[in-house]
Design a protein around this ligand. Structure first.
Ligand SMILES: Cc1cc2nc3c(=O)[nH]c(=O)nc-3n(C[C@H](O)[C@H](O)[C@H](O)COP(=O)(O)OP(=O)(O)OC[C@H]3O[C@@H](n4cnc5c(N)ncnc54)[C@H](O)[C@@H]3O)c2cc1C
Length: 418
């Protein structure tokens, strides 16, 4: 176990802090990551994983930049495991993008489950005990508290947590996924929903993940000794047939030579990298929709990270493009945003592409309102997504086979340095 990488992390929602964490992690992205990444040493020691997910989820750092930095020091073969993990995020996003009904059904089922916690006293008691960390299962109780306090959980802890939630506590999976979305700083509709489904056996049909006490003892370095886990159970029952994947629409070309308002969202907080062609940015705004992650209250760590990430993105965008940014929050802001664009003389509103999830429907409403008021609406998609998402039609294994080709297309020398 290495002691060289910073053990405790300050999750500062700035691009600078993300780049610093990336730099300090890179020397460990080869053998150390491959052999030690499954250990959860606890919040006081995150020296064996990158902990970059809050930054990359908000694109304060991009997937391309992470791979770029790692590939400066490693050949793809030496850091393959880490690069593959980075591509898991891309894969899940592409998969959900092509099957939007999986998200809308999740939202409907979650609302029904939340209503049942109001009407069914036993369910309310069990659910409350789980989210407050009062079940008596030592690891789950500690992770529930860690999640609320810190806004981050190790990947293995997320898998064990979800499994115990579904198979030992027999709680509805959508409530667990909602608890994660409310508190994770990296809350992501695709990675979260599809990972919960995967643990439950709904994603890879019939294949589920069962948390075992011996595995938890080993990979938490003996910090936990959970009792009473259900180590034998079948996958969750499922009569849901996936829709046929619908390939993503090709990106709309940017209009030529128009004045535009640039809108920054939590999906992309490094907009100064985007190519606006001949468009003149005459106004900048941010739109914070993080409260829509759940019908319930969003946790402080998660909420603060997004608010600060947007402020940081806006200040960098203003530095590069000039002007000041206006901050908008929530669904009710649509009318005011379009008025602000119109007052600034914008003929077009430009926004980085919004992936499937809680922000997609409000973004569609904004697009409709813009058109109603004679303002063009345009989303800019990153090449990384355009190239990779169409390959997320089946499981991760066939997608993984495409990674070297995707890396080549993205301009990487995949033989690298060592
Ligand atoms: C039940 C469950 C819920 C999850 N919910 C989310 C979520 O809401 N948001 C989220 O970003 N991730 C989610 N994950 C995926 C994963 O746990 C986190 O991305 C990872 O733990 C982040 O920590 P890290 O940056 O230290 O990861 P590292 O191990 O250092 O990995 C490097 C990067 O690869 C990506 N990555 C790694 N593992 C995964 C994975 N399994 N799926 C997708 N991307 C991955 C992340 O961008 C991560 O920053 C979930 C996993 C499970 C099992």
């Amino acid at each position: 176990m290495t002691d060289l990488l910073t053990r405790t992390i300050k999750f500062d929602a700035t691009r600078k802090a993300g780049l610093e964490r990336l730099d300090s992690f890179v020397p460990f992205a080869g053998t150390t990551y491959r052999t030690e990444r499954n250990f959860d040493y606890g919040p006081a020691n995150r020296s064996n994983v990158s902990a970059l997910s809050p930054w990359v989820r908000h694109r304060l750092l991009t997937e391309q930049e992470i791979c770029d930095r790692v590939m400066q020091d490693f050949a793809l073969s030496s850091t393959e495991k880490f690069i593959q993990e980075v591509f898991w995020r891309t894969y899940w996003k592409g998969w959900l993008e092509m099957r939007p009904s999986v998200w809308s059904i999740y939202e409907t089922d979650r609302m029904a489950a939340l209503k049942r916690t109001q009407t069914n006293a036993n369910m309310r008691r069990d659910y409350t005990a789980a989210i407050e960390g009062n079940t008596g299962i030592d690891c789950l109780d500690a992770w529930a508290k860690e999640l609320v306090e810190t806004g981050y959980l190790h990947n293995h802890a997320r898998m064990w947590f979800a499994s115990i939630w579904m198979f030992t506590l027999r709680l509805d999976w959508t409530l667990g996924a909602d608890f994660f979305l409310r508190h994770l700083m990296d809350a992501d509709a695709a990675s979260n929903t599809l990972s919960w489904r995967w643990v439950g056996g709904l994603q890879t049909k019939g294949k589920h993940y069962l948390a075992r006490a011996s595995n938890i003892r080993k990979f938490t370095d003996g910090r936990f000794d959970p009792q009473g886990l259900t180590e034998n159970a079948g996958p969750l029952p499922d009569d849901f047939a996936f829709d046929k994947p619908v390939p993503p629409e090709p990106p709309t070309p940017l209009p030529l030579g128009k004045k535009a308002m640039l809108l920054i969202t939590e999906d992309d907080c490094t907009v100064e990298q985007l190519n606006f062609g001949a468009i003149e940015i005459c106004s900048i705004a941010t739109w914070n929709l993080s409260d829509l992650r759940s019908p319930l209250q969003i946790g402080d760590a998660a909420s603060d990270f997004t608010t600060r990430a947007l402020a940081n993105a806006a200040s960098r965008a203003c530095e590069k493009l000039g002007g000041n940014a206006t901050a908008f929050t929530g669904n009710d802001a649509i009318e005011n945003m379009v008025t602000a664009a119109s007052d600034a003389g914008a003929e077009c509103l430009i926004v980085p592409f919004t992936a499937q999830g809680w922000a997609r429907a409000p973004m569609n409403q904004l697009a409709a309102k813009c058109r109603e008021r004679g303002i063009a609406f345009c989303e800019i998609q990153r090449n990384w997504d355009i190239e990779a998402w169409p390959h997320a039609t089946k499981g991760f294994f066939p997608f993984k086979e495409k990674i070297p080709q995707l890396m080549l297309t993205a301009g990487f020398d995949i033989k690298g340095k060592r």
